[in-house]
Design a protein around this ligand. Structure first.
Ligand code: SAM
Length: 155
């Protein structure tokens, strides 16, 4: 998906009219699908929707608060498919180092595979640990993302 129109404030922010047009386009494509079962086409359309909204929203919030190119970002609860980190790294934070934390070693194993042999491998690392055990380490980051549905229990 082409999400690269520029404005003076951020590299990849999409103007509202284009955002609306792309949303209508994706919506029309989704309506044409016979099924919403995972498939290359379904996955691609929903990935495009995520790219369009979540990463742009997150980046807009960050840039409005003066954080345009953080040096180090932590992503807590990155899971097996570190989509937010990848979108941030590819579209918005093109020189930022990403440390992704997840308690699940298998999730990290899969995530490492996704970035291996890509341009992101060097600046995207995956750490297996309970984030509660490394709370102090979080102090070294310019920005910390918490994954959706991360930590649903009281603790
Ligand atoms: C729903 S997944 C989120 C994945 C998805 N990529 C996202 O951005 O929404 C939440 C992740 O948080 C991780 N998690 C839960 N508790 C954790 C903890 N105490 N420390 C580190 N990771 C944790 C889980 O293993 C899981 O992979």
């Amino acid at each position: 998906m082409a999400a690269s129109l520029q404005n003076p404030n951020s590299e990849s922010q999409i103007p509202a009219d284009l955002l609306t047009a792309r949303t209508i386009e994706i919506h029309a494509s989704i309506l044409k699908l016979e099924s919403l079962k995972p498939s290359k086409q379904v996955n691609s359309l929903f990935t495009n929707l995520v790219k369009l909204f979540i990463a742009n929203l997150e980046y807009t919030i960050l840039s409005e608060n003066g954080l345009v190119q953080p040096k180090k970002v932590a992503f807590v609860g990155s899971g097996p498919m570190p989509l937010t980190s990848l979108i941030m790294a590819s579209h918005h934070m093109k020189s930022t180092h990403f440390d992704n934390f997840d308690i699940d070693g298998k999730a990290n194993h899969m995530a490492r595979k996704i970035v291996s042999d890509t341009e992101f491998e060097k600046r995207m690392k995956f750490h297996t640990c309970d984030i509660l055990e490394v709370k102090k380490k979080l102090g070294e980051y310019d920005c910390i993302f918490l994954a959706a549905l991360f930590g649903m229990s009281k603790e």
